[in-house]
Design a protein around this ligand. Structure first.
Ligand SMILES: [Zn+2]
Length: 215
């Protein structure tokens, strides 16, 4: 199969990187549509969306998923499923509206995924395979999506360029996060591209060498 095209669409005032991943046959998946659904629809154009993937339950990643699912399902004439995160983030997906009200962010909705995802699951999308890995610590049910064949990964708020995700929540676990990143991400091939939930992409090799949390 051909090369997948990965585009970042920054959404919400938190500038979260919603990812539009598409192939040569005009099919796509959307990862973490946190909001600004109109902007995501413009980025999608006329491609057929196979699924909406969620890395975790935070509002800037999941707040637009319910609306995007509704719009795309209507447009495409068949349900476009929301897949992920791990079930342990259900409590966050159920409180998006409340969190959004507290942040003063309009238009966000709670979302019930069509399917929660477990560690080790493999998703066949875009004629390619995406591995699901559980990387908890930022949230209890955080998952990442790894496409070894294409050499790219979508890691939400786990690993960032020279830093890691916040863990200063009641449910955060900094040691758990570091350990999970080490075992599930830093063990990947060095040249693998890492698309982060915020900011610029990086590579596994760059983070092994330069990320202060892993020296
Ligand atoms: Zn987050």
């Amino acid at each position: 199969m051909g090369h997948l095209k990965c585009r970042r669409v920054p959404v919400t005032p938190l500038r979260q990187n919603c990812m539009v991943v598409s192939n040569e046959t005009e099919r796509a998946v959307v990862i973490d549509p946190g909001g600004d659904v109109a902007d995501i629809l413009v980025a999608l154009g006329d491609v057929q969306v196979e699924a909406i993937l969620l890395t975790h339950g935070h509002l800037d990643h999941a707040g637009g998923a319910d609306e995007l699912r509704a719009v795309l399902s209507e447009k495409q004439g068949a349900r476009v499923p929301v897949l992920g995160p791990d079930r342990r983030d259900a409590f966050l997906l159920e409180s998006i509206c409340d969190q959004a009200a507290a942040f003063g962010l309009p238009g966000m909705r709670n979302v019930v995924p069509d399917q929660f995802l477990e560690h080790g699951a493999q998703l066949s999308l875009l004629g390619s395979s995406f591995d699901v890995r559980h990387v908890p610590g930022h949230t209890p049910g955080h998952v990442v999506f790894v496409n070894e064949e294409q050499g790219c990964s979508f890691v939400g708020d786990t690993l960032f360029r020279q830093t890691v995700g916040r863990t200063d929540f009641a449910y955060g676990d900094s040691e758990g996060l570091i350990n999970a990143i080490r075992s599930e991400l830093l063990s990947l091939p060095g040249e693998m591209i890492v698309y982060c939930g915020h900011g610029m992409p990086t590579t596994i090799e760059e983070e092994r060498k330069n990320n202060p949390f892993f020296q």
